[in-house]
Design a protein. Structure first.
Length: 208
């Protein structure tokens, strides 16, 4: 017993120290990369100059609620009418699986209160997740193709839309270091095109 007892003390000490060690959480660098690429101010001015069938649209995407996760406030408007945006959303960017990422879309209550608030993201600290509503079936699922390049889309018919007689909307997105290419279209119940860019997606070049 005299020989065994000290050994048990050492073993017990080692066991307790091991259990007290907190597990290390590995940083998701790919998720961080995607979230960073989505941030900033963009517009489609170059594309509109080349092809008159495209409008010059301003797109602003800035992080909010930094202590809650990867959330962005998103605002889109004609570049000449940025005080009257036609789309205001909150995106939540998460990892969906080992190889994919999800950009979920939320709507805001009283959109008019948030116009231009991409300039002052801290303003969103006055609201929380209970003040926004998830657009179910409209999340974009993205895959990392190369460093600083992600490609994704919504489900083919999962995102309900009633705009201009549509039954559902479909989005295809490519996110790069210097631009975002986004193709949003609406289709009726028969799958026929009813709204959105006809040829290809809008090319939003990063401005900052």
């Amino acid at each position: 017993m005299k020989r065994i007892f000290p050994f048990l003390i050492v073993l017990s000490f080692f066991y307790n120290c091991k259990n007290d060690t907190k597990p290390q959480i590995k940083e998701d660098t790919e998720l961080k990369e995607l979230f960073y690429l989505m941030q900033g101010s963009f517009n489609s001015e170059v594309q509109a100059q080349v092809d008159s069938s495209y409008y010059n649209i301003a797109l602003h995407m800035y992080p909010i609620w930094e202590d809650k996760g990867n959330f962005l406030y998103v605002e889109q408007a004609l570049n000449s009418r940025q005080n009257k945006p036609y789309r205001q959303r909150i995106y939540e960017v998460t990892r969906a699986s080992d190889s994919t990422f999800s950009s979920a879309i939320y709507t805001l209550n009283t959109d008019s209160l948030w116009i231009g608030k991409w300039k002052t993201p801290k303003a969103f600290d006055s609201i929380s997740l209970k003040d926004i509503a998830l657009k179910e079936g409209c999340e974009v699922i993205l895959t990392r193709i190369n460093p600083n390049q992600f490609i994704g889309k919504t489900g083919d018919t999962t995102c309900v839309s009633t705009m201009n007689g549509a039954a559902f909307a479909r989005s295809e997105v490519e996110i790069l270091e210097d631009k975002i290419i986004s193709w949003d279209r609406g289709f009726d119940a028969n799958g026929d095109y009813v709204w959105g860019a006809e040829k290809a997606g809008y090319i939003f070049n990063k401005m900052d």
